[in-house]
Write a protein of this length. Structure first.
Length: 747
């Protein structure tokens, strides 16, 4: 999901010296790499050796190439083949060899893409230095999140797949900044004392250390990518086979980029090679989701079944899969695994693609340079690396879009042409008539960008009273919300019928209370406009010491292979909570239960919920804020979060949304205790000190008390000094939601 490498396409000055050097190089003579693509769009005509090393004047392969004794592909006879290499093996490969195999690898990038002298001009040193600090390179936030979930550490990152030491540490750092990371230990640190946490630790070296830009992706359909800068800027096809004009390339072997060519026009398919992990947004934005696993953990001798997929669900088409080992596969799953429609008989797509994707926009049209390459500081979580919001383009009630991110980064197109530096025009800009337009980067198509202010102004053709009321109430400033409520109350007192006409959706005789005590709205736009939200309830991880695994950290064989058994994947099970900015948005569950079977086949830990670094166990583990990227123009119905004013039954939807739980999705642990997987908070309604069943009591108008049962791996964003901590809704917010009854907006 990366934007332009602006400097990559023209950051080095073309000189007569570099042109002369390129002419004497033997690598691209007719007997070898004569037809290989030029790596750059513009800038100097780089010699092969400027990036890969070697001898440009040699006339034999052996003399020209760097001497290597390892390869990542089996088509290199006589070499040691590194298949799924652990971190320790990668660290031991000589840097000259790494540079020869992939000059953009982060281990050598400061000598190549990040060089300040290469080819006679300064290249991409700032971008390269920043990129190496991103979570996608260090895995710091993901490892900290996993450690927090399992109770091996707090939320602040301690480890990375590579060590990090920031040499330029100012005296004061914003919260969330990471200045030092130790390399991920292969075995559990002595500081971890919990028996459950120590037993769980092998999960990190088997699963967590797999996906990051310090190692290549898997050579399976849809999962292959290169390391370093090339992981994004040198695209790979889903079958990871070469289509290069270089005659030396093996076109039948998996594990190669499509062409020897950097690009800023990064297709969504490239983003998907990484962002397709569990509940991955690259699938959701296309209107596709994972299946449930109805067998649950019964294959491991457990007691839990999962939710069955809808009877008339439509599988994602075969054309989206690749032939692999005699079968159709994509993203590590065989056909027909993914679903594109919940019911193929009703003429309605319950899981439509995101409107931005449907209109032809790509990931790179929103996610900017800072998000792609970093800010120069390592951040604790990936969400702290993001600074583009819905309101960056669409504005908010009373304010047009600024057409730039929170960090004041505009949306630009790297327009460098071959051999030139070229312009980098803005892709989102205001036209002469005041309207806003976006040019997409892949096709050049033009798209109107609706301003929320135009939908709330009665004088504008785009005015929509539902938009005015919904957006102002949920996301307006205190003054905007107060004015709207006062207008509704005045009109209700004067003419209730006219009030309902001007404010459709409000019940008869409705008036707002506490108008004078208004606060800023804190609901994210996509809390309503993500019209379907994927959730996964229940994950049972089983460590079996009778089976061995190879550590992806140190390459050692150990007892304790881990398998994961999922339960229920739901296409629309909305739960709300606070994000790291203190705003309300959807949450996605990570309810993990763990079993440890020893070498004698005995269950020393039997399906127990993990305990977080905060000591929370409850109904599973954590629920993290997530943007599902399933935005639609018309938002979800109000009754998905608020009680219905017309008496229709939406109790379970509301109970799930506010975190009180429904009892529909459960996990029975080894001790026989039943956990409600959609319960984030427990309410004690009768005051006896025990959580009660809200489905038996009906929707309470006020709660006597709320106990937090689950947490989140997220921390407050830098600069957010007040408001609720990330995690489930608080008592005040729950009461506000339950007290505001609404009329359904549509069937």
């Amino acid at each position: 999901m990366l934007l332009s490498l602006i400097a990559l396409l023209g950051g080095c000055e073309t000189t007569q010296a570099t042109t002369a050097r390129a002419q004497v190089e033997s690598c691209n003579q007719s007997q070898c790499h004569a037809a290989v693509e030029q790596i750059h769009y513009g800038g100097p005509a780089l010699r092969c050796v400027d990036c890969h090393g070697g001898d440009p004047n040699a006339l034999t392969k052996e003399g020209a190439h760097v001497t290597v004794n390892v390869s990542f592909n089996p088509s290199s006879p006589g070499l040691h083949i590194l298949t799924d290499p652990p971190l320790v093996d990668l660290a031991q490969v000589p840097t000259a060899v790494i540079q020869f195999l992939n000059p953009s690898d982060y281990r050598v990038v400061q000598n190549t893409c990040g060089s300040t002298t290469l080819a006679g001009g300064g290249c991409h040193s700032i971008i390269s230095n920043n990129s190496m600090l991103l979570n996608r390179a260090t895995l710091a936030g993901q490892l900290a999140g996993g450690g927090f979930i399992a109770g091996t550490q707090g939320k602040t990152p301690q480890f990375g797949v590579v060590p990090v030491q920031d040499p330029f540490v100012p005296p004061e750092l914003p919260p969330g900044t990471v200045t030092h990371l130790e390399p991920l230990p292969a075995q559990v640190p002595d500081s971890v004392t919990s028996t459950l946490a120590r037993a769980y630790y092998p999960v990190y070296e088997q699963l967590c250390a797999e996906c990051h830009l310090e190692r290549e992706g898997q050579k399976i359909p849809g999962r292959y990518y290169l390391t370093g800068c090339s992981g994004c800027h040198m695209t790979t096809s889903d079958d990871s086979r070469s289509a290069s004009t270089d005659p030396t390339q093996n076109k039948e072997e998996a594990g190669h980029p499509m062409r020897h060519r950097f690009t800023n026009l990064i297709p969504d398919s490239q983003c998907a090679h990484c962002h397709i992990s569990h509940l991955g947004r690259s699938l959701l934005t296309r209107g596709v989701r994972e299946r449930s696993e109805p067998d649950g953990d019964t294959l491991a001798g457990g007691k839990n079944k999962g939710a069955a997929d809808p009877v008339n669900a439509v599988p994602w088409g075969k054309s989206n899969y690749m032939k692999f080992k005699g079968m159709l596969w994509e993203y590590g799953k065989p056909w027909p695994y993914f679903l594109e429609d919940e019911d193929g008989t009703n003429g309605t797509d319950e899981t439509p693609p995101d409107i931005h994707t449907a209109k032809g926009l790509a990931c790179i049209d929103c996610h900017n340079m800072r998000e792609a390459h970093g800010s120069g500081r390592a951040q604790a979580r990936m969400d702290q690396e993001l600074d583009v919001r819905c309101q960056s383009c669409h504005g908010r009630p009373g304010q047009k879009g600024k057409l730039m991110s929170d960090a004041s980064i505009t949306f630009d197109q790297a327009g460098t042409a071959l051999g030139t530096d070229g312009p980098n025009p803005q892709t989102v800009k205001t036209l002469g008539d005041g309207s806003v337009q976006q040019r997409d980067k892949l096709t050049g198509g033009l798209h109107p960008v609706t301003q929320i202010t135009d939908r709330q102004d009665k004088k504008q053709a785009l005015y929509n009273p539902r938009t005015r009321m919904g957006c102002q109430l949920h996301a307006g400033t205190a003054a905007v919300r107060q004015a709207l409520k006062a207008e509704v109350n005045a009109l209700a007192a004067k003419d209730p019928v006219e009030m309902q006409k001007q404010f459709p959706g409000l019940p008869p005789n409705f008036t707002f209370t506490e108008v004078a005590q208004e606060t800023d709205g804190r609901t994210e736009c996509f809390a309503c406009h993500n019209t379907w939200t994927l959730n996964c309830y229940g994950c049972h991880m089983v460590r079996d010491d009778r089976e061995t695994y190879i550590s992806r950290v140190d390459g050692q064989k150990r007892a304790g292979a881990v398998k994961s058994y999922g339960l229920s994947v739901l296409a629309d099970a909305l739960a709300l909570g606070f994000n790291s900015r203190g705003h309300i948005q959807p949450l996605v569950g990570t309810s993990i239960f763990f079993t440890h079977i020893d070498a004698n086949g005995q269950k020393v830990i039997d399906a127990q919920p993990l305990t977080t670094g905060e000591g929370l166990t409850g109904e599973g583990n954590v629920h993290n804020p997530v943007h599902h990227h399933t935005v639609q123009k018309i938002p979800r119905d109000c009754t998905g979060c608020h009680p219905s004013a017309d008496g229709s039954s939406n109790t379970n939807a509301v109970l799930r949304a506010v975190g009180l739980g429904t009892g529909e999705f459960t996990f029975t642990d080894g001790a026989g205790k039943v956990h409600w997987l959609d319960r984030l908070l427990a309410g004690d309604y009768d005051g006896d000190g025990k959580p009660d069943d809200p489905t038996q009591l009906g929707l309470p108008n006020a709660l006597a008390g709320v106990q937090r049962l689950v947490g989140t791996t997220h921390m407050r964003q830098p600069g957010v000094v007040s408001g609720p901590q990330p995690g489930p809704l608080d008592l005040e917010t729950i009461n506000r939601v339950l007290m505001n009854k609404v009329v359904p907006q549509r069937p």
